[in-house]
Write a protein that binds this ligand. Structure first.
Ligand code: GLC
Length: 474
């Protein structure tokens, strides 16, 4: 019998994307459906960004009222199909007709309403899934409500749950005093979500889900240690029997240098040499960098925050540039790093460029034009940028952690697809950059490496197979 799976998440491409989570939820369901007869559907909040930009494709289904603490709130249901996958949207203008997805004072209440609605609408959309797959803390209350508030009904009791941690740093922590008022949970159920004197939604989902997943095998083993777990290692330890890690992929249709209309010149595995050269000269021009195809161009596309390794990159940046490489940085983040990279570009005219924006179009131009893609993360659950960079022939230099460790292998050790380092210091970055530069000037071998990098298979196909096996085992 066809297995029915419902993904619950707070973002999905192409409707709304702020980070890797959105890319994954936009691509994985379709990849699973291509490879199996499973019926995978997705439910998201109906943010203003979605209703304004995608309304012509989306249809209204029906509405209901959902109780949350003392509230009783309207909950509308909308629907569309994308890549053959049905997407549902939960509408409530008070909660979701706002700027962006996150960062509002009442995010806990907004996502509690979303999670409760997801379970309430199942009879209305006539879809009782075999498995609900919830992602990150914003969806953590779905498995929790399923085992508490919805535990009496047979239709709900038979649903199995998977919960994926995309990043353990963001847990959804709230004051215990709002357990009943905001989260509709009684003191009797409080123990499920309580951790270190707070409500911790991610902790609750980890405890009650049937299958616990992270987005790479290495990250799944790293979160046992306090260095990576942000306080949850005892909970991971306790639930280790149901933990697994599956590496993400990227959407090979969306990220394809042969068809990407954002890049200056399209290219593929056979035409990359000229293609990348032209892209580089045009991007150097656009960024006001010295136009010279022989200068190695290093790209950084990242949130400018500590755990992405921006502290050690900031220490290394001046030396990387004075060593003869150009550095282009794209992203937003903490003020001190924005300030640093802004000034770096001013200090090194012609050799450094900084754009403090999340700009997908510029990002694609940078992937296509750069020779080297630098990702010095302190921790990285999976990371998608190193995969996109590879597809566009930009050789990754990564710190060997989490999904970076699982996806990039150092070419000095034989057949590899990039450069890696494991220490966490500016010297480690510089050493890796120097190794890459040495090979860069050895044109013949560099060409062979870029080819190898572009050939690495990061498509969803492989990972989708692992998800199908996991669902079948539940
Ligand atoms: C989070 C993680 C990132 C991962 C993404 C998708 O953003 O920080 O490493 O690639 O989720 O799973």
């Amino acid at each position: 019998m066809t297995k029915k799976i419902l993904f619950v998440a707070s973002e999905a491409a192409p409707f709304v994307v702020t980070g890797g989570l959105g890319d994954v939820i936009g691509a994985l369901p379709a990849a699973i459906m291509n490879k199996s007869d499973m019926d995978v559907r997705v439910v998201l909040p109906f943010y203003r960004d979605i209703s304004e930009n995608h309304m012509s494709e989306i249809e209204y289904v029906c509405y209901t009222y959902v109780s949350l603490g003392w509230r009783n709130q309207y909950s509308g249901i909308f629907r569309t199909k994308y890549k053959n996958v049905t997407f549902y949207f939960i509408d409530n203008e008070y909660y979701f007709k706002r700027d962006g997805c996150y960062g509002h004072f009442d995010d806990g209440e907004r996502f509690a309403f979303f999670c409760k609605s997801v379970l309430e609408i199942l009879p209305l959309i006539d879809f009782f899934p075999d498995i609900i797959h919830a992602h990150d803390w914003q969806s953590a209350l779905v498995p929790i409500y399923l085992r508490t508030l919805f535990g009496d009904s047979e239709n709900y009791r038979r649903i199995r749950t998977a919960f994926t941690i995309h990043n353990i740093e963001y847990q959804g922590k709230y004051d215990l005093s709002i357990l009943g008022d905001v989260f509709s949970l009684s003191d009797y159920h409080g123990g499920i979500v309580e951790w270190n004197g707070c409500i911790n939604l991610m902790k609750g989902a980890i405890e009650v889900c049937d299958k616990l997943l992270t987005v790479s095998p290495t990250y799944a083993s790293e979160i046992f240690s306090p260095f990576y777990s942000h306080g949850l290692s005892p909970i991971i330890e306790k639930n280790s029997g149901k933990l697994g890690g599956i590496l993400n992929g990227i959407d090979y249709e969306t990220y394809n240098p042969k068809t990407d209309m954002s890049v200056f010149r399209q290219f593929d595995e056979t035409t990359f040499e000229n293609g990348k050269r032209e892209n580089k000269l045009l991007l150097q021009h656009m960024f006001g960098l010295t136009q010279n195809a022989d200068i190695p161009l290093i790209a950084v596309i990242s949130r400018l925050v500590n755990h992405k390794g921006m502290d050690i990159l900031a220490e290394a940046a001046d030396r990387i540039i004075s060593g003869g490489a150009q550095l282009a940085v794209l992203g937003t983040g903490d003020y001190n790093y924005e300030d640093f990279f802004y000034n770096l570009a001013r200090r090194h005219p012609g050799m450094a460029y900084t754009e403090l924006k999340f700009n997908p179009d510029t990002a694609r131009k940078m992937y296509a034009a750069s020779d080297i893609f630098l990702m010095p993360s302190k921790s990285e659950p999976c990371g998608l940028a190193q995969m996109i960079a590879s597809r566009y022939g930009s050789v990754p230099i990564v710190r060997a952690t989490g999904g970076l460790y699982d996806s990039i292998h150092d070419c000095s050790l034989g057949r590899g697809n990039g450069f890696t380092f494991s220490g966490y210091g500016s010297g480690d970055i510089i050493d890796a950059v120097n190794r890459a530069k040495t090979l860069y000037y050895d044109k013949e071998n560099w060409r062979a490496l870029v080819k190898e990098v572009m050939k690495t298979d990061f498509s969803w196909d492989k990972s989708a197979g692992h998800y199908i096996n996991t669902y079948n085992s539940m």
